[in-house]
Design a protein around this ligand. Structure first.
Ligand SMILES: [Zn+2]
Length: 120
């Protein structure tokens, strides 16, 4: 799914803080971090509790880019398309890639076999 509506990063962060803060077990503790956000839409500075900055870090750590389909086992490239086809070296991955690679090996093996060449 692609995000087509413009993102307001400061608003997103403010919403995140509102969503997470109610679960802070030490709401009276002093803020431990200051986060400044400046975009074309404006500028905001957030003071974050230990609870919120930990939640933010965990959210960032668990994020994976929608285009992230792993590394190519052949060239190590990171640009596999939705069919798990490597844009860098052309290698196919996943079940379809395995089937095609197996078929190519069988065809090559049959071509190398002198009995199949003399048969018929
Ligand atoms: Zn590759």
């Amino acid at each position: 799914m692609r995000v087509t509506t413009p993102l307001d990063p400061a608003a997103v962060i403010a919403e995140f803080i509102d969503r997470v803060s109610p679960y802070n077990r030490h709401p009276d503790a002093s803020p431990v971090a200051v986060l400044g956000v400046r975009t074309a839409l404006g500028e905001d500075v957030f003071t974050l509790s230990d609870h919120v900055i930990r939640a933010l870090c965990r959210a960032l750590e668990s994020y994976r880019d929608p285009e992230d389909r792993g590394d190519c086992s052949n060239c190590g490239g990171r640009h596999l398309d939705e069919n798990l086809h490597c844009a860098d070296c052309g290698q196919l991955h996943g079940i379809l890639g395995q089937v095609i690679a197996d078929h190519a090996r069988r065809v090559a093996a049959a071509g190398d076999d002198p009995r199949s060449a003399s048969a018929g």
